[in-house]
Design a protein around this ligand. Sequence first.
Ligand SMILES: [Zn+2]
Length: 578
Amino acid sequence: MRLSKLFMPTLKEAPSDAIIASNKLMIRAALARKISNGLYSYLPLGVRVLSKISNIIREEMDAIGSNECIMPILVSKELLTPSGRWERFKKELFRLKDRNDVDMAMGPTHEEAFTITAQNEIQSYKDLPLTLYQIHTKFRDEIRPRFGVIRSKEFTMKDAYSFHITKECLDKTYNDMSRAYTKIFKRMGLDTVSVKADSGAMGGEGSEEFMVLSEVGEETIIFCSKCDYRANVEKANVKKDDEVKSYTDKPLEEVNTPDIKTINDLEKFFNTSSKNFIKSIIYKTEEGEVILVATRGDLEINETKLSNALGGLDIELADEDTVKEVTGARVGFASPIGLKKKIRIFADYSIKSVADAIVGGNKDDTHIKNVNIQRDFNIDVWGDFRTAKESDKCPECGETLYQKKGLELGHIFKLGDKYTQAFNFKVLDENNKEITPIMGCYGIGVNRALASVIEQNYDDKGIIFPISVAPYEAIVVAIDKEGEESFKKAEEIYNALNALKVETMFDDRKERLGVKLNDCDLIGIPMRIIVGKKSLQRGVVEFKLRSSSESVEVKTDEIVEYVKRKKEELFNEINSKL
Ligand SMILES: [Zn+2]
């Protein structure tokens, strides 16, 4: 590609609303432009990077026997209803109506469309397993789009769905996917961490997230300082706290606590640490059961763990009326002592370490002191229901945990029969009996992967693309003007490289050399060849890797072979890590 023809409006400065490096550099290097809040257009260089990333994904998906399809972006209410997602998706779903007043949405993911596609064609176990995927546009009405293409309203995703008769068969595809994902991210030159987690529905290790460690990540990953344990904070376990503190056996005492609204207020009022409180929250499950969950005052209840303990039921905080009915008080005074209605009480292990605890009084503006959990409580379900945090102890080895921010690039998940059940999808097994297939689903955020490649590969001059995803592999810069002998030589080298399948750009613009070199650094092309009359007189041209600060002189008649060899070396470097 000749730069004189290329639409590449690079910028000296990033717009002021671009905060993070990848967002700034994508705009400055003319990969993308913001069109409106949370919506980005891609320019030619950006399109090339996206398509290289997509191709790496496509090659690895195809290599494990996945089949590429394309589903409609629009999904109807009818399609999203059996799974309950039309209702469950709240405002993040872009909803619209067609001219006949039929409810539709812009697809946020495509479980339903793929399930029905498989269901329409598959009747027998002989046709399974089957894995389908697409690389396509998704929509989510983000509350706060930010960080450029990392959290936008429209984005490209690879989403794959597999169908199986047996759990073992699903396990195999799931493991193939896990390996393929590791390979995909390495081929892009990305350092990722994979975080295994319990998926609830299927039990065991049914979910794995692939993240890059990043300050702009919205996930928190818990790591053990000693062993390999790591998990998303939503699911991270902590060492069971079985150590029961000794109690003084003082009698319970009601204390009037007016104007107390927060744990902070309570700490001040009682002049003690929040660790001496037991807080109780009333929840309601999707089946309508009301439960109380108790944890130590300084800890947060983890709704994912709680939901898993309830067999994957959705839960939400109980409304004020329910709280009043169950406790007899306003929100904020619940406890397991003296409830007005018999409900199940779930307790996090952490409350075992609270002696002479302070709890709510199940009465407005009232708390109770000197609570002894063995004497005064009746716990129905003990468990790990709280969010892990730094300085907690590892569930595997007992050492201290720490946390880091992560950005999720990929997620693989054993879905079980959630969607196949919902659609009443059956196939005949070996004995001609109807059986419901089980599914796995597997996603990769394509635009996020692009932003992450930049986040991990840049310096103060611009992007340093790994060769596998660079928009072009080499750039030939002509120092002299068109018409001069040296310009012709540069053009010759450019043509020769392209003929050898080295994707090469030619900076033939009527610009100062400084401008050309700044652009080279900014857009991050891995190999640069400068051709000017002075060096040509000595029979050499200048070669430089974007990743290196040193340039070398290469004999003019050897440069084409030299670049081709370098290209192979750069690819070998990436492939050696696979
Ligand atoms: Zn550990």
